[in-house]
Design a protein around this ligand. Structure first.
Ligand SMILES: [Zn+2]
Length: 501
């Protein structure tokens, strides 16, 4: 009987045998025991002559033992019971495709056959990653039968990991408790497809946050020490966009090995939303940025480029001055769709005035006065849905007030920069809220760059797209981003050079 089950060393699997499902159910019971112990649910039984002679479930964490896989435990149990380290005539049933370690142990034990449930695409040594059972050079051959009750085994794993994610989310929430005077938009109102693809990180213990939870997309994840050579990009969206505005640009920059950091402003996106707007103006947002740059080590030798989109450009001069004063100057400044403070568009001013005064403004509709386009309908709805009711909008009122004040006041004089600060300006040809002036463009560009603290060189591009260029023409922006590379020639990148006054 045993001999007839040993196949030629082709690795071709044996078909399911009568009774396989029955024994696999016993292995699944072992897997459930692993789940109850908080371990990844994998279970195994060893069967000989129609009887279970060994049982085991996965428990490396509890046992402090990297070898405590279900298969090893079941083999050990069977060998003890049978008083023999060789398990000829036995079949092992395991809910998941064995790893290399377990496949080795199975071969050493000279098992007749191994039957498994779900495939394990990352570590499976029964054909998924490699196939130890098909090695003709090995002197024992164990027959294999994959895929018995595979769906049940996989469902057990899926449920386990789903539950663990819920627990981790609850723990994350517990470690960032919500202040009594703040609100938090439920995660379910955000669509992952409209986010930056980088990991989400949450912080609440920096001084400027005052206990508010800050949401940051960071390609370095929770391990923020960057590779030595990587450039760092700090991406700041114009209101009311959240970090997802940069999803295409961020993916392109991260693909080059650069580090990309995109925060949600306090009071926007997945950052907490204070119910009162008194403390949420530009000053607190700038203090948040300073903490962010410091705690995420963005101000190292590698060079930080600040990308300010839309009316986030208003904060650039103070940010540049702040970093220069700290002796860790910004290495590049990129203004995408910067507002024309001297002659703001009537649509943009109306948007700000309505936001400041009308708590129940239909934001998705009001955004239609910008050049946003049907291709961004999902984003427009998403940005409006960040604020389930008017109680969530305090940050918008504060932002609008400060943005209106910036339009009506002369720009603050930037601190003298000690070194060259290159500035790149990207303009959307169809922009309505933030269009570039038709006449005197060179003088306007020089003015925008100088007021932002730039000391040159200065380059600019005009490209297809409206007020939301990072999503409307990420290809042009990605090409232009090379401007900040050492020795880059603006003309070779399709950029125009302009002179600072
Ligand atoms: Zn294993």
């Amino acid at each position: 009987m045993a001999d007839s089950l040993v196949p030629a060393a082709t690795g071709s699997p044996l078909p399911h045998q009568p009774g396989d499902a029955h024994w696999m159910r016993a292995a699944l019971a072992q897997a459930r025991a692993a789940a109850e112990a908080g371990e990844v649910p994998v279970g195994a039984v060893v069967v000989r002559d129609g009887q279970i002679v060994g049982r085991g479930f996965n428990h490396p964490i509890g046992a402090h033992d990297p070898s405590a896989h279900a298969e090893i435990e079941a083999l050990r149990d069977a060998a003890q019971r049978l008083g023999n380290y060789r398990l000829e005539g036995c079949t092992l049933y395991v809910t998941l495709e064995p790893c290399a370690m377990c496949a080795g142990a199975i071969l050493h034990a000279r098992l007749d056959r191994v039957v498994w449930g779900a495939a394990e695409p990352r570590t499976g040594a029964g054909g998924s990653v490699l196939d130890l059972f098909a090695q003709a050079a090995l002197n024992h051959h164990t027959a294999v039968t994959p895929g018995v009750l595979a769906d049940e085994a996989a469902a057990l794993l899926t449920a386990f990991f789903g539950q663990r994610r819920v627990q981790q989310r609850q723990q994350a929430l517990a470690s960032h408790p919500l202040r009594d005077d703040a609100l938090r938009t439920p995660d379910t109102l955000f669509a992952a497809a409209l986010d930056c693809g980088c990991p989400s990180c949450f912080y609440s213990d920096w001084p400027a946050l005052a206990g508010l939870r800050l949401h940051v997309k960071d390609s370095a994840g929770q391990n923020p020490l960057p590779a030595a050579a990587a450039r760092q990009w700090l991406l700041l969206p114009g209101m009311p966009a959240h970090q997802g505005l940069f999803r295409e640009l961020a993916a392109g920059l991260a693909a080059r090995g650069d580090r990309v950091v995109a925060p949600d402003w306090l009071g926007l996106g997945r950052s907490d939303k204070p119910k009162k707007d008194q403390r949420l103006g530009d000053a607190q947002q700038l203090a948040m940025l300073q903490d962010l740059i410091e705690h995420l080590h963005l101000d190292g030798q590698q060079g930080l480029v600040v990308v300010a989109h839309g009316d986030a450009a208003r904060l650039a001069p103070a940010l540049v001055a702040q970093q220069a004063a700290l002796g860790r100057p910004v290495q590049g400044l990129w203004l995408v769709n910067p507002p024309n403070a001297a002659v703001p568009s009537a649509d943009y001013r109306l948007w700000l005035e309505q936001l400041a005064r009308k708590p129940a403004l239909d934001m998705a509709a009001a955004l239609g006065s910008s050049a946003i386009g049907a291709e961004m309908d999902a984003d427009r709805q998403q940005w409006a849905a960040q604020f389930p009711d008017k109680g969530y909008r305090a940050a918008l009122r504060a932002w609008s007030r400060d943005a209106l004040a910036a339009l009506d006041a002369p720009a603050m004089a930037p601190a003298a920069s000690v070194q060259a600060l290159p500035v790149l300006v990207s303009l959307g040809e169809q922009a309505r809220w933030w269009p570039a002036p038709v006449d005197g463009l060179d003088a306007w560009l020089a003015d925008v760059a100088t007021k932002a603290g730039g000391t040159g060189p200065l380059a600019w591009q005009r490209c297809a797209g409206g007020d939301w260029l990072p999503l409307q023409n990420s290809a042009a922006l990605l090409q232009a981003s090379r401007f900040f590379d050492a020795g880059a020639q603006p003309a070779a990148l399709g950029l125009a050079a302009a002179a600072l006054r």
